[in-house]
Design a protein around this ligand. Structure first.
Ligand code: NAD
Ligand code: UGA
Length: 431
């Protein structure tokens, strides 16, 4: 088993560290955020991710997972870079400041020949740039494909592992690191560095485009009286299309699709290779949020001014407390501008919401408290508890029985039978 060091104990670094320990390796996770590290040493997770606290506790107890701020004397076989690569404010290009700083710190102490693996999502050419800057180190790209909310399962049962490097020692090392997974039949794709880097961006941009596409089909459904859920089912049964990522909704969000599509646009433009399809997806997704505000306003009789709206769901998707680029943030901001009074609830993201939402938003302790006396309820995130509301009670809580469901959690016919005015996405209204 190998000694591994991970720089950055965020979503990817922490999940990867705990899972690599689970595969049998000895892992040290380093982060420059001392409060985060102190918390982790006491078993306090900086993020909500199902199963993570338990796995970290198990691996720490087994002596295979440690946390620190600075590198100790132990010489690792490989160092993984898992720091953030956020978008630059004006250009949208990936900001490599954290990555370059981390690489410099490693180079300052590393023995010659140490293998440095980039797990952060980085633009094509970054690995080659690092190799040029730090010639004594070996570099490899190993993009991560985990999804928030199911991150541990995604890491331990991936659909593929991608390794990009021209260095045979680094490739051999990565094959050993992932041997417990490849021995179970997980495909491992060994490519050049640039190809591995682009596989990551192309995958995210394709999925983002798929979501933007089905949202546009939902608009056509609304205009023509068709049902997007059935259209998606009919499309998805064709194995060339596949049924996943065809859920219409308020547009994609999160820490990755928005930032990675922008970064790929930037890369393509710099390469003089016009990214027209990706640009269309990005523009459609930006418009999508305003469209959702229009949908809510229309449902409220043409104006939300002075109306109290119960917002159900703030995280960008269920099973996470991550609100980065969450559609809820933009929608709430635009509703406030139109004079709405907002009460909001999320099963996990309330701490994040306190820090991120404007002070005039009232955060409530439950969905019921958000809905009591409100003029309408708006479901933005498809948390399980929002799919299991008791409509008899909802009707007694709301001042008017108006439910705007941006995630299509209920059947329009059932809502009509329950006496709820129900507005969803890409489906005919039931009378
Ligand atoms: P994050 O913001 O949650 O975590 C990054 C961590 O790195 C922070 O804790 C920060 O303090 C630490 N850090 C920054 N510079 C450091 C340094 N020099 N030394 C030590 N620690 C340092 O970010 P994340 O969501 O985990 O994303 C990390 C990378 O992985 C990004 O490139 C992202 O695109 C990619 N990625 C993310 C996901 C995801 O689901 N979040 C999935 C796949 C890939
Ligand atoms: C995404 C990818 O799925 C991961 O493979 C990748 O590793 C990760 O980005 C990353 O690079 O960070 P994640 O952002 O956690 O994972 O979430 P997804 O489940 O992909 O959802 C992204 C967004 O698309 C969410 O806002 C979600 O609500 C939306 N979405 C997804 C839809 O609106 N409809 C769908 O059918 C699917």
């Amino acid at each position: 088993m190998l000694q591994l060091c991970i720089i950055g104990a965020g979503y990817v670094g922490l999940v990867s560290g705990a899972c690599l320990a689970k595969l049998g390796h000895h892992v040290t996770c380093l982060d420059r955020d001392s409060a985060r590290i102190e918390g982790l040493k006491r078993g306090i997770m900086p993020i909500y991710e199902p199963g993570l606290a338990e796995l970290v506790a198990e691996m720490t107890k087994a002596g295979r997972l440690r946390f620190g701020i600075e590198k100790d004397d132990a010489a690792p076989d490989a160092v993984f870079l898992a720091v953030g690569t956020p978008p630059e404010e004006h250009s949208g290009a990936a900001d490599l400041r954290f990555l370059l700083a981390a690489a410099e710190e490693i180079a300052a102490h590393a023995p010659p020949g140490l293998t440095v693996v980039t797990k952060s999502t980085v633009p094509v050419g970054t690995g080659a740039k690092l190799a040029g800057m730090f010639p004594s180190l070996r570099f490899a790209s190993n993009p991560e494909f985990l999804r928030e909310g199911v991150a541990i399962e995604d890491f331990l049962k991936p659909e593929r592992i991608v390794i990009g490097t021209a260095d045979s020692h680094a490739q051999g090392l990565l094959r050993r690191i992932y041997a417990p997974l490849t021995e179970r039949g997980v495909p491992l794709l060994a490519t050049g560095m640039e190809t591995a880097e682009l596989i990551k961006y192309a995958s995210n941009a394709f999925l983002a485009t798929k979501v933007a596409f089905i949202n546009q089909i939902a608009d056509i459904c609304e205009a023509m009286g068709a049902d997007v859920e059935e259209v998606a089912r009919g499309m998805g049964l064709d194995s060339r299309i596949g049924s996943r990522f065809l859920r219409a909704g308020p547009g994609y969000g999160g820490s990755c699709f928005p930032k990675d599509t922008l970064a790929l646009l930037h890369t393509a433009e710099a390469a003089d290779s016009p990214p027209t399809i990706i640009r269309a997806a990005v523009e459609a997704n930006t418009r999508r949020r305003t469209q959702m505000v229009k949908k809510i306003t229309t449902a409220c009789g043409g104006s939300v001014a002075g109306k109290t709206l119960a917002i159900l769901g703030l995280a960008f998707k269920p099973k996470t407390d991550d609100m980065r680029e969450s559609p809820a943030m933009t929608i709430i901001g635009q509703l406030l501008d139109k004079g709405a009074i907002i009460r909001a609830y999320d099963p996990q993201a309330m701490e994040q919401a306190k820090a991120l939402l404007p002070g005039e938003v009232t955060l409530t302790a439950s969905a019921e408290a958000a809905m009591q006396g409100a003029d309408a309820a708006v479901i933005i995130t498809e948390w399980e508890e929002f799919a299991a509301l008791d409509m008899t009670q909802v009707k007694t809580w709301l001042r008017t029985p108006l439910l705007i469901d941006l995630r299509n959690l209920y059947s329009p016919a059932e809502m009509a039978a329950a006496g709820i005015t129900y507005i969803s996405v890409g489906r005919p209204y039931a009378k």
